[in-house]
Design a protein around this ligand. Sequence first.
Ligand SMILES: [Zn+2]
Length: 205
Amino acid sequence: MDVQKRIQQFKQMSEADPENELGHFSLGKAYVEADRFEEAVGAFSRVVELKPQLSKAYQLLGEAYDRSGRRDKAIEIMTQGVTVADGQGDRMPRDAMAGALREWDAPVPEFHSSETVESPSSTAAATATGFACARCSQPTGQLAKAPFKGPLGERIFQNICQNCWREWIEMGTKVINELSLVLSSQAGQDTYDQYMVEFLQLENP
Ligand SMILES: [Zn+2]
């Protein structure tokens, strides 16, 4: 689907349910794709307000600030974001934001989670199964099997934990209702899958 159409659709969703962070999150990403960084800043700021524990939102907000020419704000938000991500053991966004701060010669907050939070048993479990959730980084709670057939179902099985999957089911129901998606149509199914991939942070295989 073309980016302008997606912007329209995500706008509709974020207006229909302004407390639902997924609409704002998806809208922000579509704005980035369309090089509309000022508007992306607005959308991601709303996500951070709604879900201050969603570390990935700080990263995207910081990047949008930087690309809209406001590096001071980018540094401010990513400095906050590193601490939030670190506190939750979200290593991928944490390391991405720390890397950006270093590149901008800004101080990087000290990490606490990698050595202290991770217990030896969880490391062993991760090594044994090779599983770590792509969304929350937890090394446990892999689904028992693919939730549905096909390559996407298989990717979810390989990369997503039970908790995140349950969260998506709840969010997916909202998406269906708010966008009045008809899942029996190809367009409806594609839109639903697109939200799912974004929500589960599977866009970079
Ligand atoms: Zn997870």
